[in-house]
Write a protein that binds this ligand. Structure first.
Ligand code: SAM
Ligand code: DTB
Ligand code: SF4
Length: 320
């Protein structure tokens, strides 16, 4: 769809949108399946980028303690715990601007091998990536790489000045060239306009190929960041974005990412109806808290949602 068409779609009555999104969702996915993923920060803080929302940037005066790259054993022990708690995808995040070849990257490759060897889908988010590095990650068994556009191209420089939108798109292209699934989304509630949200959804849906996974983050306002006092986004605007993402990207996993802790169960249920079909479980995201696992399991049980098995897409392709 072109930008004008996305604008018209976005402006439709909310319940019409939710209804259409639910139909699209049911046509392309098992509607009562939810993908459960767990995040781990494998290298925390001290990041040179100036992302205005982030607890991990050296430009922001947050209370976060910096940590060096975790040991492989420690990461694999956490992955095992996540698996035992029902997660089927494990996502490892590093507060890096870009990946540097050498010992650190070699260790990440070991982690990816270990996680995929456990039968879990392995995902990484490590900052900018060259094509060669993407190929190495693919060979190590990586399922998906997360690299977000974060917001519209025109709002982007109000949020980040140390790397460009074009650089983000280059990394996204390198991931696609290596044959890794792309996980790419954005953050809502950073003070962007509705036009910015529309432009972000338009750009995401026109990526070729479309992302396999679209994380929708609601800003977690972190004390000491420039966005600490950002006005909270109306929850129905969040639902609207989820419905539009589902309609524009029918095959993607639409992932409720940061911000669920402050979103009511009822609003999350409406988001699931509007096509969201993946969540992060576990007490922590990367550096900020997430809902308690028990609460998530109770909600899924109440709604009759079942965990999605790992590697489902690949198995379906093999069987076809
Ligand atoms: N350093 C890498 C990068 O930026 O590409 C990977 C980790 S970074 C923390 C991954 C994503 O988390 C960001 O692109 C952003 O969309 C999201 N994120 C970070 N802090 C957030 C916050 N306070 N609220 C919502 N989303 C956030
Ligand atoms: C994404 O889009 N959201 C996740 C994942 N990709 C890596 C990270 C959310 C981070 C929230 C802030 C924090 O915990 O530091
Ligand atoms: Fe660094 Fe990623 Fe945080 Fe930006 S979002 S400051 S790149 S860790």
């Amino acid at each position: 769809m072109n930008l004008e068409e996305v604008k018209v779609l976005y402006g439709r009555p909310l319940l019409d949108l939710v209804f259409e999104a639910a139909q699209v969702h049911r046509a392309h996915h098992a509607a009562n399946e939810m993908q459960m993923c767990t995040l781990l920060s494998i290298k925390t803080g001290g990041c040179v980028e100036d992302c205005k929302y982030c607890s991990q940037s050296i430009h922001n005066k947050t209370a976060l303690e910096k940590e060096t790259l975790l040991k492989t054993d420690e990461v694999l022990a956490q992955a095992r715990k996540a698996k035992d708690a029902g997660s089927t995808r494990f996502c490892m995040g590093a507060a890096w601007r870009d990946v540097k070849d050498g010992r650190g990257f070699d260790r990440v490759l070991e982690m990816v091998k270990g996680v995929s060897g456990m039968g879990m889908e392995a995902c990484c988010t490590l900052g900018m990536l060259t094509e060669d590095q993407a190929v190495k990650l693919k060979e190590a068994g990586l399922t998906a790489y997360n690299h977000n556009l974060d917001t519209s191209e025109s709002f982007y420089d109000k949020v980040i000045t140390t790397r460009t939108y074009a650089e983000r798109l280059d990394t996204i292209a390198n991931v696609a060239k290596a044959g890794i699934s792309l996980c790419c989304g954005g953050i809502l509630g950073m003070g962007e306009s509705q036009e910015d949200r529309i432009a972000l959804l338009h750009t995401l849906s026109n990526l070729d190929p479309q992302p396999e996974s679209v994380p929708i983050n609601m800003l977690v306002p972190v004390a000491g960041t420039p966005l600490e006092k950002a006005e909270a986004l109306d929850i129905f605007e969040w639902i609207r974005c989820i419905a539009v993402a589902r309609i524009l990207m029918p095959k993607a996993m639409v992932r409720l990412s940061a911000g669920r802790l402050t979103i009511s169960k009822e609003a999350q249920a409406l988001a699931f109806l509007a096509g969201a079909n993946a969540i992060f479980t576990g007490e922590k995201l990367l550096t900020t808290p997430n809902p308690e696992s028990d609460e998530d399991f109770n909600l899924l049980e109440t709604l009759g949602l079942k965990p999605r098995p790992p590697y489902k897409d690949e198995k379906q392709k093999e069987a076809a």
